[in-house]
Structures are given as structure tokens and as C-alpha cells.
Design a binder for this molecule. Structure first.
Ligand code: SF4
Length: 984
């Protein structure tokens, strides 16, 4: 039996049976009687179960099951909402077996969506501040009033040529492509993301190699898996990846985890590789050295797909242009990375390094590897860790192979939407400053510092599912700027939950959780391409029953809206008569000149730009939209391997030119992508764009890099000021062991690890998740604890460059000596007893502020008044809350550490740890924001500002979210508006 979302082959079955996995046939023959794993889809409209709370009586309840997609991490697993047919209440969420990535399985955070929907303290109506910003007084306001106010301000900014004053700052996007349409339609360079506090460093490393900024490991078919960090197990594509790692291991694959902390993943691995933070690239290059010296690399793959000729031409011009010479140069260069050198840097035994290198070589093209945050996000030069890791994949020829690691966009599909606006023509230097021409994403966490320096101001600032006061380093500087109305004219916070940032907004606008909104997305969870469709389950069910709604908030709890309809309404009001050229993009494809509905947006996309979907739907007698409403996922392609080997078609080659020296194939024909993402690898000279490369005499598609090959050597880095980093290299981190004096109580703090049961801000209103996890003590090695005279549970003071925080110690052997670690999920706080934050997770605190000693900034102190307590509410469980510890907000005490190349905030830091004093209390955070500005300036001084050799702000080929038109790249063009009143 074929699963209905499958166009091609049915999904590969695991090689060995797994307890609880989907059976080979989706539903066993006896599925209509007795126990089954999942209700079959033909019974989703009317499904009967016994009511659990009535046990031991057998009381039947009838449900309608409506699928949607989890919004609690980026994995986007399938969920099935069980809606009581009598009360129309969602009673539970379970997995959707028809989702190709999650296959019916979820982590704890998926079912906990129910808590988020039913939280008695959630925000149900739009709120407007009363009194001063941050004063904590609110009044209910209508969506109409909110939209009119925002639209008037935004229209004025656009007409007056202040397009850089509109900024949309997103935390968890949870969607693909929608805002790619909205922001260019407004003609603003206003997209700001959280990415530089998350994954920019890893993205930089991958993008320099292959043009795509994420890896897609094919874990299920791997023989050896190397994870740098525990992140796969706890955070990224957690459940879809984790289940495939488990399958591979049950089939005999081995797993190695490089992490100074014994994570859950590391504790289950064949090799735990605890390395001194920041030394990872030295270890990985030592492994590369072993593979090179022992001649265990895939020479054929290297010869065909690495840009070795460009490397020799540029860096070693005096000699023959032969592959043999390239290999000799490689061996000579990396010979310095001996296992003994790596041991000295990392404290990992040289013998272990050699053993793992040989395991990797033995796995060959079935070696899968991944790094996302962890070492990349922690260290100065962390982007070179990602580069060094991918070097191992290249050496073994394990790129886009079964069991290898592919560029992510080959395992992802973004459909083209209706009427896509052209790129905007503005460059916003508040987000993309000249000091960071290679920054992979916007320098978002430096916004307060830039505003304090007077680099600009914002008229309208949207934060959307984003909580910078709590998530980012240096949160007190954020508070100072958010409170200053001369710097931020209006702050609108679009959020499903209360947050520390929402407290400092002018509007708090409630947005839906996963089952309350529409989105489409696709992620590189395995070697396939699939499209997921999130939908508001109550609206869908009630419309099936014949009701009609204009907006999703009419069917959601209170007036909780979905962003997509909000943006359509707002855009229409900014340009009601169409004179700005904005309204054009929000008109219906089916009713010319009339306003687009959210249903029409997805209907058009499913009908016109998802290959195979209309046909699959027709086979079931459904329209494409009905099909997606029924299953919420469609698999477009399976077995996505070796796309770089594809040959260009005669049509693509018509008029193409081949460079006789490099084999690069270019064309003057415009791109006709079926997908919304612009093709990467475009050249600034829009008249000719690279489309492929000659390999062994055949015109291959290759990789989206300037050479269309894997770039071991980056001419971009050389030309943009970093020649010494042009090939994979080891950069000594700012927390290198030589910089830490343990006799003075100094340690490296790892503040980034995740707990698998929490999300950043949004788990705050899940009672089940907070019951499971609610503490973030400081992990400290037994030997270090003995030296400090500290035992588990003792209060310790962690002193950073700008202040300190006070937490409890957890003495353990599961962390390297000299290193301490603290999970970043906890320490939520609120400033009023009954407002501004859900009480499942937060401490009531008081904030005090006095002028700083340097005359710049302030000295702030946050002190917990009380921890988590039971309280009366419409949910009886709120009076049963037994936990008291809300954790400690450590990020407040961190200064910013922007990496000068990737722009990534380098989270690891040198700290001093001492026993807490008599005046210290659990949860205290003390910070001097004047010192924070000084640290910011120290790191700013490390940069090598643009423009580049061609007078541009940034290499045009390099991925940039919301890439502007080519002319905006020219520094000579200035950064402001291309012209007041110009249509978008
Ligand atoms: S891994 Fe968990 S939180 Fe993430 S999408 Fe899947 S069920 Fe939701």
C-alpha cells in the first residue's frame, strides 16, 4: 500500500524492526477493530474513543481528527488534533503518520501544544499600552484600530523615503516564503532575524563550501555519524533526525559526539569526544590529516568536484596544474595538524582522534555529519569548525550520497507563490553594517548598540515570535533602547505568549499557536523533498460543517489571529488606492482587483507550483487544497541524491558560454525558478549568470558557488580581507585554554545547551513541559567543585565581563574539568504578579537601575521576589503546581561577542566562579550596560569592513535573506531610500 503523500516510492523501511514504529503497511488489516497504532484517515471525520477521565467506566467520545503541524521547533512534525464533536474543544494532539518526516512520532513538545492553546493566562485580545512604555498598564483594543494606526505610520515612512525605519524582527519563522513576499512588496530592507545568535557561524562554514548554508545528513543510511554537539538530539530537527539516527544505529552504524558536556546523545554514542571549547577545528583537521596521510580519501570525487585548480592557480601558481600536485600541497599543509597537536589543544587523546578518523574513512561515502550551534556558535572563528567538519565529508566523497551529507536545498522545496514582488532597492545599514560584509545574517543583536551610537532610528518595529530581552545577550541594553521612544517610535509585538520583550511594547498582538494558523514549509529532515501545510484546526472543522469565517481569529480562542491575514490587511491599508504599488501584491488571483484571502493564497500555490500535487489530489477526487487540508503534507521527491551530477538540458545550454580555463558555464537567459528562493550563485553582472560547470567533458549543474564546485579554497574570503582563512583552518578561540587561569577561579562557560523538553519562550505557557524541566543549575566538574569548596545545591556566583549571575551548582563528572555549563532555556521573569507573563514558568522579580560608574549606561539589578507558586485559575492544575524554581536568566549578564567574519554572537565566555556571598540571592543578575558597550567596541575593532574589491557591500553570490536588487549592493548608491514615493 502506498502512502497518499507519496509521489514516488514508498518510504524506505528501517532495516530492523523498531518497537512502536509505523508498521510496514500503514494500517494493519484489523485496523477497524482492536488496537491500532493510528486511526486510519478514512475514519478521521468520525473517530470514537473511550474517555480517559471517566475510567473505569467505558464512556465513548466522538472526535473529528484534523491534521496540522507542530510549531514548537523547526522540525515541523505532523500533529493530529482530536476535536470533541460535541464541545468543539481540542482534547489532545497526537502524531500524524502521514507526515513523511515525523511519520507519526513527536517529542514531548508536540502533544504539549494543548497546554499552549488552553493556557488560562494566554493573551486573547490585542492590547495597547497605557502610560509610559514598560509601565505595565494595558487596555484592550480592536484589530481595526491597531491596523489603522500601524498602516498610517508605515505609509508615512514609505512616502517620506524612510524605508529603513520599518523593521520586522523574527525569532522562530516557522514558515517559508510568506514574508519573502510581504517585505519586498513594501519595498523595505526590513527583515531582521534571530539567526546571528543561533546558527550564522555554521551557516557561514557550509555556505562557503557549497553555496547552501545548511547540511542535510542522510542519517538513516549512514555507517558512521559524527555530531559536533548534542544539538541534533535536543533542538534542531530533533525528532525526524533522532528517529533516523536510531534506525541507523540499529542497523549497525556507529555514532560519535563531540561535546565538552556528556549530553543525552553523547551518553548513547559509541564515542564521546569531550574537547576543550573552541579546539574542535584542530581535532577535525587532525582527522583530515590522518585520512590524507593514510591515502584513504576519495581521489575521484576530489578531482571532479573540488575547486583545486582555482586554488593552485591563485595560491600556488609556480608549478603544474595537476591533481597530484594538489594532493601533495594538501598533505603538506595539513601535516601540521598532528593528532598530538590536536590532543594538546583539545585534551582529547591522540589515539582516539586517529581511531575516529579511521572509522570515518571506513564509512567512506556513508559518513554523515552535522554541526549547527554548539562549537560553531560558541567560539570566535566557530565558522571554521563547520568548514573543517565538512572537509571530512568532502575527503570521503560523502557529499549528497546515500548515507552522506547533502546541501539542504536539495532536500527542501519552497513553492512559488502568487505574484512575487521584485527585490527591494534599499540597503539597511542598521541590519547589514559595513563592518560585517560577510555576516551570514543581519547583525540583529547589535541593534541596541547601533541605535545608542546614533546610526539610525526606527519608526515601526515589529517583533514576531521573538523575545530579544530574554533570548539575546545583553538584555538590559535592549530594555534601555526599547524604552526610548526617540529611538523606536512604535513597537508592535506579535506573539502567541507573553514575554519579557512584550512588556516593553506599544501593542501586544496575540498570534496563533501551531493549530491556529496557516503556514507552508519544508525542511531537510531526510533525503527527500516534502511540503508541509499548517492549518487552523477549529476553523477547518467548522468550515467543513458549513460555517463561514472572514478571518481565522473568528474561529480561534478570543481574537487570536494568524500573521498571514494580518499582513494582508495591513498591506492593503498602507496602500488603499494602489498608488504605492503595494496593494497589487495583495489582490486575489481569482477575483481581479479584490483583496486576497489566505485560502486563495494557498489554493493558488497548491494548484500551480507543487509538482505532482494536483495529480495526486485528483486520484483521490480532491482539489489540491482539499488534499493538503486532509493530509497537511506532500512528499514531492524521495531518494534525493547527487543532484550536482545532473546534466544541463539542451534548452538550458542554448546560448550558454563555457569558460575555457575554468569550465564555468554561464548564460544570459533569465532564471525561471519554480521555487520561491532565488537561485544562489547569481553574479552581480545580471547579464550572465553561472548555471553549471564542465566536469569530465560533460555540462553538470554542480553546486551554487562561484566556481559551481565545492570550494575548498574561497577566493571570496581572500578578496574580502581574510586571505589567511581562505581554506579550512583552525582559529584559536577567545576561550582557548591558554587564556583561562584556573588558579584564579576562571572557567569557560558553555551557556548554549538545550533541554529536549523546552522551547525558548513558547514553552513558558506549557504546564506539562515546565513540570518536567524547570531548573538550569551550573554543571561543574567534581575536581573543580572540590577546589572551590562547592557541593551540589550550593549557591555560586558566575562573574562575567559585565556583571554576574547567581545560581546553584550541580557537581558532576559529565563535564570537562575547567568548563562549566548552564542551559539557556530557563530564568523567565515578570514584573507584576498578575500580568505580563504566564505563571507556570516565571519568577516575580524587581528591577532596579542606577547610573553606571562610567557615565555611560546603567547599573541594573534583577532580583527574584518569589519563584513559581500555585495560583487560582480556570485550570485546576494551576493550584497543583509543586515546582518553585524558575531557573536563572543568565543571558542578561552576557556582553555581545560578534564574530568579525560570520557575525555570529560567540556565546562561550571566560567567567570566574566563586561561592556566593552573604548579599547574593538565587537568581540575582547584576549588569553594567556601560561595560557592555565597551565590550561591544572591543569586538567591533576586530572587523575588516567593506566595501569589497568591486565596490559592493557584500559578495553578491553569497546567500542573503531578502536579497535586494543588484544596485543596492553598490556602496556608491548610499543606504537610504531610492526615492520617496517610488513604487515598490
Ligand atoms: S521535534 Fe517536537 S517540538 Fe519539534 S516539531 Fe517535532 S514534535 Fe514539535
Amino acid at each position: 500500500m502506498r502512502l497518499p503523500w507519496s509521489q514516488a516510492d514508498p518510504p524506505r523501511q528501517p532495516k530492523v524492526p523498531l518497537a512502536g514504529r509505523i508498521p510496514p503497511e500503514p494500517f494493519p488489516p484489523e485496523r477497524t477493530s482492536g488496537l491500532v497504532s493510528y486511526p486510519p484517515p478514512e475514519q478521521w471525520d468520525d473517530w470514537t474513543e473511550y474517555e480517559a477521565t471517566a475510567w473505569p467506566r467505558r464512556v465513548e467520545r466522538r472526535y473529528s481528527l484534523v491534521p496540522t503541524i507542530c510549531f514548537n521547533c523547526e522540525a515541523a512534525c505532523g500533529l493530529l488534533a482530536y476535536i470533541d464533536q460535541e464541545t468543539l474543544q481540542i482534547r489532545k494532539f497526537e502524531g500524524n503518520p502521514y507526515h513523511p518526516a515525523s511519520r507519526g512520532r513527536n517529542c514531548a513538545k508536540g502533544p504539549a501544544t494543548l497546554n499552549q492553546v488552553n493556557d488560562p493566562e494566554r493573551i486573547l485580545y490585542p492590547l495597547r499600552r497605557v502610560g509610559e512604555r514598560g509601565g505595565g498598564r494595558w487596555e484592550r483594543v480592536s484589530w481595526e484600530a491597531v491596523l489603522d494606526d500601524l498602516a498610517a505610520r508605515m505609509r508615512r515612512a514609505i512616502v517620506e523615503g524612510r524605508r529603513t525605519e520599518i523593521v520586522y524582527h523574527v525569532g522562530r519563522p516557522g514558515e517559508d516564503g510568506y514574508m519573502d513576499r510581504v517585505l519586498p512588496a513594501w519595498g523595505v530592507d526590513g527583515h531582521n532575524s534571530h539567526t546571528n545568535v543561533c546558527s550564522s557561524a555554521a551557516r557561514t562554514g557550509y555556505a562557503l563550501w557549497m553555496g547552501n548554508d545548511r547540511p542535510s545528513p542522510d542519517y538513516a543510511n549512514a555507517r558512521f555519524i559524527l555530531l559536533v554537539s548534542s544539538h541534533l538530539e535536543t533542538g534542531h530537527y530533533f525528532n525526524p533526525h533522532a528517529q533516523r539516527i536510531v534506525e541507523a544505529r540499529l542497523a549497525g552504524a556507529k555514532l560519535a559526539v563531540m561535546d565538552p558536556r556528556l549530553s543525552n546523545t553523547a551518553s548513547n554514542a559509541d564515542y564521546w569526544l569531550p574537547t576543550w571549547p573552541g579546539s574542535e577545528a584542530a581535532v577535525l583537521l587532525a582527522m583530515a590529516n590522518v585520512i590524507l596521510q593514510e591515502e584513504r580519501f576519495d581521489a575521484a570525487f576530489l578531482r571532479r568536484w573540488v575547486n583545486w585548480e582555482e586554488f593552485l592557480r591563485d595560491q600556488h601558481p609556480d608549478g603544474p596544474l595537476t591533481f597530484e600536485r594538489f594532493v601533495r600541497v594538501l598533505k603538506e599543509h595539513y601535516a601540521r595538524y598532528t593528532p598530538e597537536f590536536a590532543e594538546q589543544e583539545s585534551r582529547l587523546p591522540a589515539a582516539t582522534i586517529v581511531a575516529v578518523a579511521r572509522e570515518i574513512a571506513a564509512a567512506g561515502s556513508r559518513f554523515a555529519a552535522h554541526i549547527w550551534r554548539a562549537a560553531a556558535a560558541g567560539n570566535l572563528g566557530g565558522w571554521q569548525v563547520a568548514r573543517a567538519l565538512f572537509f571530512l565529508s568532502v575527503l570521503t566523497g560523502a557529499v549528497a550520497t546515500p548515507g552522506g551529507t547533502a546541501p539542504n536545498l536539495w532536500n527542501k522545496f519552497i513553492p512559488m507563490p502568487w505574484r512575487k514582488p521584485p527585490p527591494h532597492r534599499v540597503w539597511n545599514e542598521l541590519l547589514w553594517p559595513r563592518e560585517y560584509p560577510l555576516a551570514h545574517h543581519e547583525m540583529s543583536y547589535l541593534l541596541p548598540h547601533f541605535l545608542k551610537e546614533g546610526r539610525g532610528r526606527l519608526e515601526v518595529y515589529f517583533t514576531r515570535v521573538y523575545n530579544p530581552v530574554w533570548t539575546n545577550p545583553d538584555g538590559f541594553s535592549w530594555i534601555e533602547v526599547l524604552k526610548d521612544e526617540t529611538k523606536i517610535g512604535l513597537h508592535a509585538c506579535l506573539t502567541p505568549t507573553w514575554s519579557e520583550t512584550a512588556w516593553f511594547a506599544d501593542y501586544v498582538l496575540p498570534m496563533g499557536h501551531g493549530p491556529e494558523r496557516h503556514d507552508t514549509f519544508s525542511y531537510e529532515t531526510h533525503a527527500a523533498q516534502w511540503l508541509g501545510f499548517r492549518q487552523p484546526v477549529l476553523r477547518v472543522l467548522r468550515e467543513r460543517r458549513g460555517e463561514r469565517f472572514t478571518f481565522t481569529y473568528e474561529a480561534n480562542p478570543g481574537e487570536v489571529w494568524e500573521e498571514n491575514e494580518f499582513w494582508i490587511e495591513l498591506s492593503w491599508r498602507i496602500d488603499p488606492d494602489g498608488s504605492l504599488g503595494i496593494r497589487h501584491y495583495f489582490e486575489s488571483p481569482y477575483r481581479p482587483g479584490e483583496k486576497l484571502t489566505v485560502e486563495e493564497y494557498y489554493r493558488w500555490m497548491f494548484e500551480n507550483s507543487v509538482p505532482g500535487l494536483p495529480e495526486a489530489a485528483a486520484r483521490e477526487g480532491l482539489t489540491p487544497l482539499e488534499y493538503m487540508r486532509r493530509y497537511t503534507a506532500f512528499e514531492i521527491k524521495t531518494g534525493a541524491y547527487r543532484d550536482h551530477e545532473a546534466e544541463l538540458t539542451p534548452e538550458e545550454l542554448a546560448g550558454a558560454r563555457v569558460d575555457p580555463e575554468t569550465g564555468l558555464i554561464t548564460t544570459d537567459q533569465p532564471a525561471q525558478p519554480r521555487e520561491a528562493k532565488p537561485a544562489i550563485g547569481l553574479s552581480l553582472d545580471a547579464t550572465r549568470r553561472p548555471i553549471g560547470v564542465m566536469v569530465d567533458g560533460r555540462p553538470r549543474v554542480g553546486f551554487p558557488t562561484p566556481s559551481r564546485k565545492l570550494e575548498f579554497y574561497s577566493r571570496t574570503l581572500k578578496e574580502w580581507g581574510w586571505p589567511e582563512e581562505a581554506i579550512p583552518n583552525y582559529i584559536r578561540s577567545h576561550v582557548h585554554a591558554g587564556a583561562i587561569d584556573s588558579r584564579r577561579g576562571e572557567f569557560v562557560l558553555l551557556p548554549t545547551f538545550r533541554l529536549p523538553t523546552l522551547i525558548h519562550t513558547r514553552s513558558g505557557n506549557s504546564k506539562w513541559l515546565n513540570e518536567i524541566s524547570h531548573s538550569n543549575p551550573l554543571w561543574i566538574h567534581t575536581s573543580d567543585a572540590q577546589r572551590l569548596g562547592v557541593q551540589t545545591g550550593d549557591l555560586v556566583k558566575v562573574i562575567t565581563e559585565i556583571g554576574h549571575f547567581v545560581t546553584r551548582a550541580w557537581v558532576t563528572e559529565a563535564i570537562m574539568p575547567g568548563v562549566v555549563a548552564c542551559s539557556h532555556h530557563l530564568g523567565r521573569w515578570r514584573l507584576a504578579e498578575q500580568a505580563g507573563m504566564e505563571r507556570w514558568s516565571s519568577a516575580l522579580v524587581e528591577l532596579t537601575q542606577e547610573p553606571g560608574p562610567t557615565g555611560e549606561g546603567h547599573r541594573w539589578r534583577l532580583r527574584q521576589v518569589q519563584g513559581v507558586r500555585p495560583w487560582p485559575s480556570t485550570d485546576a492544575d494551576s493550584e497543583r503546581v509543586w515546582w518553585q524554581d524558575p531557573g536563572v536568566h543568565q543571558n542578561l549578564a552576557f556582553p555581545v561577542h560578534p564574530d568579525p567574519v560570520s557575525g555570529q554572537h560567540c556565546w562561550h565566555q571566560q567567567v570566574r566562579v566563586e561561592r556566593a556571598g552573604p548579599d547574593d540571592r538565587y537568581g540575582d543578575v547584576v549588569v553594567d550596560t556601560g561595560k557592555a558597550m565597551a565590550v561591544y567596541r572591543q569586538w567591533l575593532a576586530l572587523t575588516r569592513p567593506g566595501p569589497g574589491p568591486d565596490g559592493t557591500r557584500r559578495p553578491f553570490w553569497l546567500f542573503r535573506p531578502y536579497r535586494p536588487a543588484p544596485e543596492a549592493y553598490l556602496v556608491s548608491r548610499g543606504s537610504g531610500d531610492p526615492g520617496a514615493g517610488v513604487s515598490a
